[in-house]
Design a protein. Structure first.
Length: 117
């Protein structure tokens, strides 16, 4: 169960976050570890490190975000098995977070195909 991971965040903080910080420092951008949870609807952040540049989603370990709204979530969705993807579409209830949020299934499927290339 993904939520059980949140109970181990202290271990994650000690063992994983330093590595994420090193990656963030090296590339000058955010670095996160997350998993799909909540019937594939959300990503659950396990650990995150970021640098104070640009606009960032304010996500911390234990935070959830609809998978279709983030690059990380889209990469995970794009790589689901077809049966899992059908399960996702059955529970998909898009909300427009900004005026540019993509909520159309066909457009998202195109984005997922581009990610796979």
């Amino acid at each position: 169960m993904p939520e059980a991971i949140v109970d181990r965040l202290e271990t994650v903080e000690v063992e994983i976050v330093p590595e994420l910080r090193a990656v963030s420092d090296r590339f000058g951008d955010a670095c996160s570890i997350s998993i799909l949870s909540n019937n594939l609807k959300d990503i659950l952040y396990i650990a995150r490190s970021w640098r104070p540049t640009g606009v960032r989603i304010s996500a911390t370990a234990g935070s959830r975000l609809p998978a279709y709204l983030s690059g990380m979530g889209r990469v995970m969705l794009a790589n689901l098995h077809p049966e899992e993807m059908e399960q996702y579409w059955k529970v998909f209830k898009p909300v427009k977070a900004t005026r540019r949020t993509v909520t159309d299934r066909c457009e998202l499927e195109e984005i997922f195909e581009d990610i796979k290339k």
